[in-house]
Design a protein around this ligand. Structure first.
Ligand code: PAF
Length: 283
């Protein structure tokens, strides 16, 4: 497994597979890898002749009062997991190389990036779209894999890739959960043991909404009230949003159907967690 820091070197390495018709599969991450990332890497290994992982804590997708400085990092552990999953190249650019002084171009996706996390974290998706575009131009992948836990991020990246005719197949991968239902996230590392316990209400809320849906309930007003009630029982939890949206364009809806996404964001202490489920699909 090669570890590459230089953008120039990474771009040079991507040329040979492209010329020889070998497929590059790409997993972009911010590191502190867990089983969710491992599932992306294993699928990438299956789909590509060359598997590239990037680790870059992207400063421009963090707001002023967010967790950029405290974002968890453990490169040694990341290398072990990447190696065990068959990565060929780990690309770790520096902030100074990605955003040299004078950098002034950003990629901005409009409507789909505005609600949900886009409303709570202004500018976040511009940061994501910009870094993913840059990474695609550096790594030149045939396919790129993203987890569905960041549901809106995946929708934004799909939209951007289509709008800009980027020659990359975007693959969305299922959410990986702990045994008790908590969706895996690098930010789970911030939770104290009592906060970790409170965080299970996300899974309870998704499960409750799915039960009501299976019993025939379709009204967003009723489902939202019942879902919110689960959080309101948890003193440590502050709701950011509970939203039922069209699964592709994220439009608001009055009634839920197969393909509707229930997207949740809460704050537990200082930690912001998100989760989601798509009705008619597995949890
Ligand atoms: O999901 C993430 O880890 C990041 O948002 C991404 C896609 C690597 C861009 O920085």
């Amino acid at each position: 497994m090669k570890i590459i820091n230089s953008i120039f070197h990474m771009q040079a390495l991507a040329v040979a597979p492209e010329r020889e018709g070998r497929r590059i599969a790409f997993v972009p991450t911010m590191g502190y890898l867990h089983e969710g990332h491992a599932s992306l890497l294993r699928e990438g290994r299956r789909r590509g002749d060359v598997l590239v992982l990037s680790i870059f804590v992207n400063p421009i997708q963090f707001g002023k009062n967010e967790d950029l400085d405290s974002y968890p990092r453990d490169l040694e552990r990341d290398f072990q997991l990447a190696d065990a999953c068959g990565a060929d190249i780990v690309f770790i650019p520096t902030v100074a190389d990605m955003y040299p002084s004078g950098f002034q171009t950003t990629v901005s996706v409009h409507d789909i990036a505005l609600p949900l996390c886009g409303a709570s974290r202004p500018g976040h998706f511009d940061g994501v779209a910009t870094v993913v575009t840059k990474l695609f131009n550096i790594v030149r992948p045939d396919c790129a894999l993203f987890g569905r836990k960041d549901y809106q991020q995946l929708a934004v990246i799909r939209q951007m890739t289509a709008d800009l005719n980027l020659p990359v197949e975007i693959v969305g991968m299922p959410i990986i959960r702990e045994g008790d239902g908590l969706a895996m996230s690098s930010r789970n590392a911030y939770l104290s043991s009592s906060e970790r316990q409170s965080a299970l209400c996300l899974f309870r809320a998704l499960t409750r909404a799915r039960e009501l849906y299976s019993a025939g309930e379709r009204s967003v007003a009723i489902l939202a009230r019942e879902t919110r009630a689960i959080f309101e029982k948890e003193a440590a939890v502050v709701i950011d949003y509970v939203e039922f949206r069209d699964g592709v364009l994220l439009h608001e809806l009055e009634n839920v159907d197969a393909g509707t996404v229930l997207a949740l964001a809460v704050k537990i202490g200082k930690t912001r967690l998100i989760d989601n489920t798509v009705f008619g699909e597995e949890l």
